[in-house]
Design a protein around this ligand. Structure first.
Ligand code: NAD
Length: 440
């Protein structure tokens, strides 16, 4: 039986560790069984999750399904389709001095008890998608949803134990004290998604137990718009990527770098693109989300003055509404350029051209994502060769993370490690080296 309300973190971890020690989570049948149960949870109770996501973030049902529920279902299906193949031992060539009868291979071993800590912006997807990988790898899992998305946290705490093996999977709800208590325990892997300040706390706590970590962090993801790019397409795709979930997306385009002529031409097209998406008054659009809480609302309101408002600029604290906003003529030293925006404000910063854009990007923290709109192969290759980022998207923001066969993760300040699809198996397993030399 699972008693999450009264169980202490140490008891939860010990209970899961005892289950793992029996070997119950290791057979592939248990793993696929859990994935099918998770699948059933999402199909049977998806509407409950969508309602919770609406309560927490004003997410429309369409958006909740597209970016969280269906997204996770695709990750489950892709894993179910390929798990046997991914888990297959991989032969390695053996050097001659070991003899012709020696063989060698690698095999994936589960790690043990894994902790998954999720943030509030995609509070279902970012808890469940890592869990898919952790379960598929044969681990027991402690899942810690974000307290800042309380309705989703409560829904997950109710649904996960109702569908999954409660001897091997536990949900621990709570904020800093509960997470701090959890982090004092020994885990075999910690998978953290959130900001870099807490990422450092997690890594420090993990170091005490030599626990490996995956840190999925954020930062400012730049966009470079090259001279000559089709601005109608650029504006439409930029606005969709930026204003999804009211800009509260870790890989959202954070700011635009472009030359002054392109900036001037892009501005009116962006204004029209925002209107085409959300109408003349986005506050009335059911497709436009809200800011998670007053603290973030106040932080974002403070950034609205960082440039000339080309579109948007309005806000309503009671409704936690901030209009989709484009700021032009933004000074690189202004407040909006000093931190990850994580909200519906898109600054345009002008640079002389590609060289300056590359310099601008490389002078700052390595981003989680970098987006480039260009028709030029030379620009594409220079960006690829001369910059470093977690992911690189030509022509379409956000979408690289929906490609199940691409690793999703950051580099430098935007994080370490990656997941999705087979990369989740790499993250949540130990790749054991085996040598077999017959005795005969
Ligand atoms: P958050 O405040 O919900 O925090 C994330 C988790 O950390 C929560 O579960 C929370 O309980 C826990 N936490 C908070 N303070 C803690 C502490 N002192 N000790 C231990 N645990 C603590 O979310 P957030 O950090 O505001 O999330 C936003 C950030 O996450 C942004 O920077 C964003 O870019 C990044 N992000 C990254 C990804 C990615 O996949 N790389 C995805 C989403 C968000």
């Amino acid at each position: 039986m699972n008693h999450p309300a009264i169980e202490q973190p140490a008891t939860t971890v010990a209970r899961l560790r005892a289950t793992f020690a029996t070997g119950r989570t290791k057979p592939v049948e248990w793993r696929t069984g859990q994935l099918r149960r998770l699948r059933a949870m999402l199909t049977e109770r998806g509407t409950d999750l969508a309602a919770a996501l609406h309560a927490d973030l004003g997410k429309s049902s369409t958006e909740a399904y597209r970016t969280e529920i269906d997204f996770t279902l695709r990750e489950i299906d892709h894993t179910l389709d390929h798990l046997q193949e991914w888990l297959r031992p991989e032969p390695a060539p053996v050097p001659a001095h070991l003899g012709a009868d020696a063989t060698a291979w690698t095999q994936y071993d589960p790690l043990g008890v894994v902790l998954v800590i999720a943030p509030w912006n995609y509070p279902a997807q970012l808890l469940l998608a890592p869990m898919v990988g952790a379960l598929a790898s044969g681990n027991a899992v402690v899942a810690k949803p974000s307290e800042l998305a309380p309705a989703t946290s409560a829904a997950l705490a109710e649904l996960i134990p109702a569908y999954l093996d409660t001897d091997a999977v536990a949900v621990v709800e709570g904020g800093v004290p509960e997470t701090t208590a959890l982090l004092a325990e020994r885990f075999d892997h910690i998978f953290y998604t959130g900001n870099g300040t807490v990422g450092r706390i997690v890594m420090r706590a993990a170091a005490e137990h030599l626990t490996p970590v995956t840190l999925e962090l954020g930062g400012k993801s730049p966009v470079f718009v090259d001279r000559g790019a089709d601005l109608g397409v650029v504006a439409d795709r930029l606005a969709r990527g930026k204003f999804l979930n009211a800009g509260q997306t870790c890989v959202a385009p954070d700011y635009v770098l472009t030359d002054p002529e392109t900036a001037a031409a892009l501005e009116p097209v962006l204004v029209r693109a925002v209107e085409a998406l959300f109408g003349a008054d986005p506050a009335q659009s059911p497709e436009y989300g809200r800011i998670i809480n007053e603290r973030h609302f106040d932080r974002l309101s403070g950034l609205l003055g960082s440039g000339r408002v080309a579109v948007g600029g309005g806000s309503d604290r009671e409704a936690k509404y901030i209009a989709p906003t484009v700021l032009a003529d933004v000074d690189p030293a202004s407040p909006v350029m000093r931190e990850e925006i994580f909200g519906p404000i898109l600054p345009i910063v002008t640079v002389a051209g590609l060289d300056e854009a590359i310099g601008f990007i490389n002078d700052r923290d390595k981003p989680l994502a970098l987006y480039v709109f260009t028709e030029s192969d030379a620009t594409r290759s220079r960006i690829a060769a001369e910059t470093s980022s977690g992911g690189l998207g030509y022509g379409l923001p956000l979408a690289h993370l929906t490609v199940s066969d691409l690793p999703f993760g950051g580099v430098g300040e935007s994080g370490m490690g990656s997941y999705h699809g087979r990369y989740s198996i790499e993250t949540f397993s130990h790749r054991k080296a085996v040598l077999d030399k017959p005795l005969g």
